[in-house]
Design a protein around this ligand. Structure first.
Ligand code: BG6
Length: 489
């Protein structure tokens, strides 16, 4: 849904940071090259350091060369892209530089401005208020923020209040970059543009659901951010709960921002909070020790950090959604760093057929259907169905499962896979909030996460070790195998 007109100026805070270099400028460049940015769109980059326009352009040039494939780099295109970019130093911590920014904006201040915050989250509130004080929060202005919004429910409310005092909710765009991924949006198409699955998408037909987001990377030099945060807050609170919400929500009436987010928030509020007994039985925390990933020796988390730590780099959870549709269906979630392979997938385990007509003619056991939706790095959907092995069956019918395979990369070969941020930046510029997280969603996510963290704290639960390059602590295997199921490794 377009809430307002396109912004004419994009102000990017944190423009000298890692995310801006790796993702934001390459994405904006791609949009520029494809003619998707209006002629008039100007980008004002802002960081703490004082530097002139030329020095900042040199940074962006280097970032594009490093992070874009060679065939996307175009000398004239790069020059034209850089011509859109100005630089203005603002020290948000000290609260200085806003007047210079307002002066640089000049008469653009009277037209829509989009401010994108790729800064430490502690700066979100102060920057929103600094902008308002300098008159850079006009009725047509909007603001985008990276995650995390706070570190628990109470602090997320504070951030939301602070930002909300300068910008109305329809003008706040909270980013979860998983929503920008094509394959995540495709989950909506799979569920709601097909008749095949939705009638079976419930506790009558589904035994359980697994969501795995496995990474091979370790700390990646993010020590100061990651330690003390851990996998639950870094990945589950946002990306995994958004995936879960899209997989499990009721059908929205349309893809409007309100309709989709209303359904997601209802679902998030139905997540059963965990007690101390629940986390003992239904959660596993892990931390990687030295091992090997993809054939290369890697250090353990504590070694990378330089000191022992209780931060979890892996978490597995068994969650329940207390509503009519999902009564009694476990949702197993797991995410970890230094896993054997990078893989994000959703697995839907269906129930067995109610009656096996082949039981007496040679096939006493039928495997239940399984649907595996691979989100990354592969993009495909696989459904396991039972089939009859060819033959005359004189010594009994032989049945086995075969795969119905839909390779999305193959079906849509030739289409460039866009960086998630291309979609999100364009939607932000154009004012479409559908793929951004609403305040009530973030707060519902924190409510559930806080229940787990509080219960962990109450029982002093510490992470169990797992060797880098493995699928996490053995307790994670036990968590699901106790129920007669197993992870799809
Ligand atoms: C980020 C987390 O939000 O998502 C990182 O902070 C994580 O720790 C990253 O590595 C994963 O994103 P992607 O797109 O590589 O799956």
């Amino acid at each position: 849904m377009l809430v307002s007109v396109k912004v004419e100026t994009l102000v990017l805070f944190g423009a000298t940071g890692d995310l801006a270099h790796r993702m934001l400028f390459p994405s904006l460049y791609n949009l520029h090259l494809d003619g998707l940015l209006a002629e008039a769109l100007t980008i004002i980059a802002s960081g703490r350091s004082q530097m002139d326009r030329a020095a900042f352009h040199a940074q962006v040039r280097a970032a594009l060369a490093e992070h874009l494939p060679e065939d996307r780099l175009d000398a004239d295109g790069t020059d034209a892209f850089l011509a859109r970019i100005d630089y203005c130093a603002v020290d948000a911590g000290k609260g200085t530089g806003y007047d210079d920014l307002a002066a640089m904006l000049g008469d653009r201040l009277t037209r829509p401005i989009g401010v994108y915050l790729s800064t430490p989250p502690s700066m979100f509130g102060p920057i929103a208020q600094g902008l308002a004080a300098a008159g850079i929060a006009c009725a047509e202005c909007r603001i985008a923020m990276e995650k995390p919004i706070g570190h628990d429910l109470a602090s997320s409310r504070d951030v939301n209040e602070q930002v909300g005092s300068a910008f109305a909710e329809e003008r706040i765009f909270r980013i979860d970059h998983y929503l920008g991924k094509e394959t995540v949006q495709n989950l909506l198409a799979l569920r709601f543009a097909n008749m095949l699955f939705e009638p079976l998408w419930n506790a009558q037909a589904i035994d359980h659901v697994q969501i795995t987001v496995a990474e091979t990377v370790g700390l990646e030099g993010r020590v100061s951010y990651y330690d003390g945060v851990g996998a639950l807050k870094d990945m589950v609170q946002n990306h995994m709960l958004q995936l879960l919400a899209i997989i499990a929500m009721e059908p929205p009436a349309s893809v409007s921002a309100t309709a989709v987010r209303d359904e997601k928030v209802k679902l998030l509020r139905s997540l059963r909070k965990m007690t101390e007994a629940d986390v003992r039985a239904h959660s596993v925390k892990g931390q990687y020790t030295a091992g090997a990933v993809k054939g290369e020796a890697v250090a353990g988390y504590a070694d990378e950090l330089g000191q022992p730590s209780n931060t979890e780099t892996f978490v597995a959870l068994k969650a329940y959604i207390d509503n009519w549709r999902w009564k009694g269906v476990p949702f197993y979630l797991r995410t970890g760093k230094r896993m054997p392979q990078r893989k994000s997938e959703v697995l839907i385990q269906f129930k067995p057929v109610p009656h096996n007509i082949f039981a007496r003619v040679g096939a006493p056991k039928l495997d239940a259907n399984v649907m595996v939706i691979n989100l990354q790095p592969e993009e495909n959907i696989r459904v396991k169905v039972m089939a009859k092995q060819p033959g005359l069956d004189r010594d009994g019918v032989k049945l086995r499962d075969v795969n119905l395979d839909v390779s999305l990369s193959h079906s849509f070969a030739g289409e460039r896979r866009r960086i998630a941020y291309e979609r999100l930046l364009l939607d932000f510029i154009e004012g479409d909030q559908t793929l951004f997280v609403r305040r009530d969603e973030v707060e519902a996510q924190w409510q559930w996460i806080d229940s787990i963290r509080d219960a962990w704290a109450a029982i002093d639960m510490v992470p169990q070790n797992y060797t880098a390059g493995s699928w996490g602590p053995s307790a994670s295997v036990a968590l699901i195998e106790r129920d007669g199921a197993s992870w799809d490794d």
